[in-house]
Design a protein around this ligand. Structure first.
Ligand SMILES: *Cc1c(COP(=O)(O)O)cnc(C)c1O
Length: 815
């Protein structure tokens, strides 16, 4: 889109302050993602949790000249402003107007609880050479995401495929007014966001409101309520139901669970054999939907089959792993189009690496011309890479367009054998390529090779879990993230960096060296240190860490160190009160003297807090309430005695879950980020953030009567298949789990650990599980399994996670 500031104000009936003739091509709502300010407007969006107005200044500092917001700022900082009553409504009005300019565009709107992105990406893969398609980037489908997606439409496009998602009642009505698709798709109805609705009926009613003005509706008819409701409400439209049940118009008619049989579908009675690779209900339903839609668009069967054959599961995630020579590798070699390139560029900006290197292939998955590569180069040049490696003949023709030092190669093999790659150090390396170039091979040669055992951490789940906890708090309550003990075993700076990026208010570590390590990695968020040992006071001050002071002894020693260092000012500290845990802290009768001391020393109390001993125990609720009462009294007294107002806090994750009414000014989240809550309602909404995985080293046949491992603790009662797994007690898998106590999951089935667990290995009995060497073994990959694992170890997830050895590689994924 390109509109002038005047047009923008007119279309949306907003007030314009400043230059009416500035062109606006793009609108950003996250100031961190602004790399090029050219023809870019920043829109400040107010949500319940946050206000984008805080970031106007940083957007202007990045060169943005146009700001859209709800309140006229006191200082204009030289920018032009469009003042709107409601920023989200502004985007929606603008998107609606913009869409209305393209009457000839065929539109598909996809809604449902799951599978929207998969269906959208598959339709894109299937229809990409028949149409010029515009689609929602990532899973942009919300009140903000949908309008932003629609604004991408331009006059080259003849098909638009957009996701439409809702999480609250009444939202669809609004979105339908912005976007009424000619063809509507309902993927399925699941439990996502169900709690915000009265019941499933309510959720269905809200979702299908999208189809009010559609001509054709494709929907998963396996859900009887959906079937009945759509038939009742939309009998005047063309309806196509698909799914696994025999009542559907488009359905599977063979025994798809039998892997030896072909999958057969029926499209209104016409039989088609489906070349599908993956067989599960969700995949098959999505394939049926895609086939039905292609039929509807008049595409021939031979072509449909070819496309279905080539469907790739949508790997939407970007992995980051530690590389050799202190590099960080971001691997995004699953697909390559302009959208995903843009997203990858946004993603890498969340890291603090000093140097950036790009490895980019030709765009084999889309049709391209000069103009296209000019666009690629423009996007890329904005990123200021230090070095670029191009792979493929097509993109190499455009080498001159890239402003960084650029090398080109015909093939991935050529670059592997080139020494250049091995000179990169201390850099972030982005691997971005079309599948056919197989640049994941490069990842192998750049990666730090430990062994194949990994702890995979999903950063999005951590963020999701934080937000679930935030939802029970007041918007102004601050949040401190406990990243002590290597972030509960999940990693050091990687987690802290991610949390900092998402504006966490405070970080807390156990020891000064953990804090120093974070600072060395560029973490600038305030960091509290819970055990400020005397020998570390110097480091605490050097690295601007904030000690937890729990006794007069520590207070005096620390102030002594401040004096030695010639510190003049008021050093930030935190005061720990003892209220019933009997671990550390000042007691009630020490408060008066503490006030006196604090007022005469060069310190400033940032916060005062205590810790609950029984927040997760309903039967000990009274004990927790008593602690809270003591804390309230003693901390109030302390605060009254100071000339300023420190933050007060008491709740850890179980505390947030069970005592949210006592949130004071801040809460301290720990295990909740990882996915555990002491409250059932909250637990239901949390996502797993950690998986512990490895691969099978060897499979052997062990004959009846033969024994396995040290001390011959397992003897085969019959011939059996035994897999050796490269994880042992030195990796954090306790020896306790040997001899049938523990289990692992291989290809979806459980295999018991047999014999004693060794230091670096263990053996499992495969039974009838089909498996081969190199197959993935999951030690746990869900919350239920982590809990099961902990119970078998006779402990709690906290101990399991913090015991996983540092030699296990941590891999971070983001969606
Ligand atoms: C570890 C810790 C927390 C976090 O506890 P979770 O149960 O993991 O939420 C909070 N406060 C203090 C003082 C802690 O030591």
């Amino acid at each position: 889109m390109t509109y002038t500031t005047r047009q923008l104000a007119e279309i949306t009936q907003s007030e314009l302050i400043g230059n009416p003739n500035l062109p606006v091509k793009n609108i950003a709502f996250d100031s961190r993602n602004i790399f090029s300010s050219k023809e870019m407007a920043f829109i400040a969006i107010r949500t319940q949790k946050n206000s984008g107005e805080k970031y106007i200044k940083s957007a202007i500092e990045k060169g943005v000249e146009v700001v859209i917001c709800q309140k006229k700022p006191e200082e204009t900082l030289g920018a032009t402003y469009i003042i709107t009553e409601n920023s989200i409504a502004f985007l929606q009005k603008l998107a609606r107007y913009h869409l209305s300019q393209f009457g000839g565009l065929k539109t598909i709107g996809i809604t449902g609880s799951n599978g929207k992105t998969m269906v959208k990406e598959w339709l894109y893969q299937c229809l990409n050479d028949e149409f010029n398609i515009v689609k929602s980037p990532k899973s942009f489908n919300s009140q903000i995401g949908l309008p932003i997606s629609l604004l991408q439409i331009d006059d080259r496009h003849n098909l638009g495929i957009f996701e439409v998602g809702i999480s609250q009642p009444e939202e669809m009505k609004v979105l339908e007014e912005v976007f009424s698709p000619k063809i509507g798709i309902l993927t399925n109805i699941g439990t996502a966001h169900l709690i915000n609705f009265r019941d499933e009926n309510h959720l269905i009613d809200e979702k299908i409101a999208l189809f009010k003005n559609s001509e054709i509706i494709l929907f998963n008819g396996d859900n009887e309520r959906v079937l009945a409701k759509i038939k009742a409400l939309y009998s005047d439209k063309k309806l196509i139901s698909y799914g696994l049940k025999s009542t559907n118009d488009v359905k599977i008619i063979s025994d798809w669970k039998n892997r030896n049989k072909e999958v057969k579908m029926s499209y209104f009675g016409e039989h088609i054999n489906l070349p599908v690779h993956q067989r599960d209900e969700a995949t098959l339903s999505n394939v049926l939907c895609v086939v039905a839609l292609m039929k509807e668009l008049g595409i021939e069967n031979s072509k449909i089959l070819k496309k279905v054959e080539g469907l790739k599961s949508v790997e939407m995630r970007l992995e980051s792993v530690e590389g050799l020579r202190n590099n960080l590798i971001i691997n995004d070699s699953y697909n390559l189009d302009l959208d995903s390139l843009n997203i990858a560029y946004q993603f890498i900006n969340e890291y603090n690496k000093a140097h950036k290197v790009l490895i980019l292939t030709s765009f084999a998955e889309t049709k391209n011309d000069d103009k296209f590569y000019e666009q690629v180069a423009r996007l890329t040049n904005e990123q200021k890479f230090d070095k670029i490696f191009l792979i493929g003949k097509e993109i190499s023709n455009y080498k001159h367009l890239f402003s960084a030092e650029t090398l080109s190669f015909d093939s991935t093999e050529q670059i592997v054998s080139n020494q250049q790659l091995h000179t990169i150090e201390n850099s972030l390396i982005l691997l971005k390529g079309a599948r056919k170039f197989r640049i994941d091979k490069l990842k192998l040669s750049l990666e730090l090779q430990k062994h194949d055992t990994v702890l995979e951490i999903n950063l999005n789940s951590i963020l999701h879990n934080i937000n679930v906890h935030k939802a029970v708090l007041k918007p102004e309550t601050k949040m401190m993230a406990m990243v002590k003990a290597f972030s509960y075993g999940l990693g050091g700076y990687e987690i802290a960096e991610f949390l900092q990026h998402h504006h966490i208010d405070y970080l807390t570590v156990a020891y000064a060296d953990e804090g120093a390590d974070l600072r060395k990695h560029g973490i600038s968020t305030p960091i509290m240190v819970m055990n400020p040992e005397q020998h570390s006071h110097n480091a605490i001050i050097e690295y601007n860490l904030e000690p937890e002071i729990y006794s007069f002894r520590v207070l005096d020693m620390f102030c002594e160190q401040l004096k030695i260092k010639g510190y003049n000012g008021k050093y930030p500290i935190h005061i720990k009160l003892e209220t019933g845990m009997h671990r550390l802290g000042f007691k009630g009768d020490e408060i008066d003297y503490l006030i006196e001391r604090l007022n005469s020393l060069p310190v400033k109390v940032q916060s005062v807090f205590t810790h609950l001993a029984t927040a997760d125990m309903p039967e000990e609720r009274d004990y927790a309430l008593e602690q809270i009462k003591i804390f309230d009294e003693n901390s109030s007294k302390l605060v009254r005695g100071l000339a300023y107002k420190p933050l007060r806090h008491i709740l850890n994750s179980p505390g947030i879950a069970n005592f949210s009414e006592y949130q004071f000014d801040m809460v301290r989240i720990g295990i909740g980020m990882i996915g555990f809550s002491a409250n059932e309602e909250i637990q239901k909404q949390l996502q797993n953030a950690v998986s512990f995985k490895t691969v099978i080293s060897q499979i052997s046949i062990v004959r009846k009567g033969e024994t396995i491992g040290y001390s011959r603790k397992f003897m085969a009662e019959e011939d059996c298949y035994i897999a050796t797994i490269p994880v042992g007690y030195a990796d954090g898998l306790p020896r306790l789990l040997g001899n049938g106590v523990g289990r692992v999951k291989i290809n979806g089935s459980y295999a018991p650990i047999v014999g004693n667990v060794c230091m670096d290995m263990m053996m499992v009995n495969l039974g009838n599980i089909p498996a081969k060497e190199g197959d993935v073994v999951s030690i746990f990959d869900s919350l239920e399994e982590l809990l099961y694992f902990s119970e078998k170890c006779q402990t709690i997830p906290y101990e399991v996670l913090t015991s996983i050895s540092r030699r296990v590689k941590r891999v971070y994924v983001k969606n």
